[in-house]
Design a binder for this molecule. Structure first.
Ligand SMILES: [Zn+2]
Ligand SMILES: [Zn+2]
Length: 359
């Protein structure tokens, strides 16, 4: 085996250490709470049952959202965003940046790309050799471009982005709930042990349960609050700097109002908001912006929705005919008055054009 491959294998193995650590802590907390505390310590059977039921609900939701965040493959740009062979050769031969930009502009013409680099150039990934869709970034850890990338999280050993952002936020919420429930129910025993009112073999577990739960709760709460703020503003960790659109930077360019920002991540059906099942709106390529009236091409988005085929079937992407117009429209019910038809673009993409009915 080549040394570089061995190194990569080692790196891949080591990257699972934080995940293993979290799972070991959770396994221990389960044993300490259920076996040591509930079964061996709690005297009143009714309280014991209530504690066990609530604990298991928190535990299942926490683990479910955690593992969904880990196992969800990051969404990558589809093949349409890669340079065609001829343009790629031309791009590689060309040394002048202006001429390279012209090649990229020609390819990007048929793509729904509204953001630019700080200098106004088309965003291109040299590693993946593709034109980056809006809000897509290259993750150096995963060595791939990830749609609506938020950040690479070592605790889930995965990129947090379009395919799993909802799961990640739910994971933070349920881990917080798990910690706060443990800390609050263990507190009475914690005080008794400190004041030497009781002394049992569970002392070690109780002390550590309280400390670990309280410590994790405080650190997760700050992260959770931060992500709720990001969702409310429709921003991402990696995209904290104002995104640059064709007519200039706009910090709040993707903000379309608190509720609509929220539905982009959690979906428009409230009954699924608390479940780690995929309900995020959109396809990860195009996003409603508040600049539709300033950018002549984006203006068309108000009436025309471009839908790109799902990325390798990794994500059950919701059609933008639902989401984009739905999010842009002030009148939710106007969605019912739309006609749809499909067509193919020059580069073979399936495009669905949704026109608002005149009537
Ligand atoms: Zn890339
Ligand atoms: Zn990554």
């Amino acid at each position: 085996m080549a040394p570089s491959r061995v190194l990569r294998c080692c790196q891949r193995g080591l990257s699972w250490i934080p995940v293993i650590f979290i799972n070991l802590v959770v396994c221990w907390s389960y044993y300490a709470y259920v076996v040591q505390l509930c079964i061996c310590e709690y005297q009143r059977p009714r309280v014991r049952v209530i504690y066990l039921v609530v604990f298991h609900v928190c535990f299942v939701m926490f683990m479910w959202s955690y593992w969904k965040t880990i196992i969800s493959k990051p969404s990558n740009p589809s093949k349409e965003f890669f340079l065609p062979k001829a343009e790629k050769e031309q791009y590689e031969k060309e040394e002048r940046p202006e001429a390279q930009q012209e090649i990229l502009k020609k390819v990007a013409k048929n793509l729904p790309i509204y953001t630019r680099t700080g200098s106004g150039a088309i965003r291109y990934c040299d590693c993946c050799q593709l034109i980056k869709p809006d809000r897509c970034h290259h993750c150096s850890t995963c060595d791939q471009c990830v749609l609506k990338m938020d950040h690479h999280c070592p605790w889930v050993n995965n990129c947090v982005g379009f395919s799993n952002y909802k799961f990640f936020v739910l994971f933070l919420a349920y881990s917080m709930l798990y910690c706060v429930f443990i800390a609050s129910t263990v507190l009475q025993y914690f005080i008794k042990f400190w004041t030497n009112q009781i002394d049992t073999h569970a002392k070690f577990h109780v002390l550590f349960l309280f400390f670990v739960a309280a410590m994790f709760f405080v650190s997760i709460m700050s992260l959770f609050t931060y992500h709720i703020w990001l969702i409310a503003k429709n921003m991402t960790t990696i995209g904290l700097r104002a995104p640059v659109f064709r007519n200039g930077p706009d910090k709040n360019g993707f903000t379309v109002g608190f509720y609509k920002n929220l539905t982009q991540v959690f979906g428009d059906q409230k009954r699924y908001w608390c479940l780690p099942v995929y309900t995020s709106l959109g396809d990860g390529y195009t996003f409603p912006t508040r600049l539709v009236n300033l950018d002549s091409e984006q203006g068309n988005v108000d009436h025309q929705c471009v839908i790109y085929s799902s990325v390798d079937g990794q994500v059950n992407s919701r059609p933008l005919s639902d989401s984009l117009n739905h999010l842009l429209s002030n009148d939710v019910h106007s969605d019912e008055q739309k006609d749809s038809n499909s067509a193919k673009t020059d580069n073979g993409l399936t495009v669905t054009v949704t026109m608002e009915s005149e009537s």
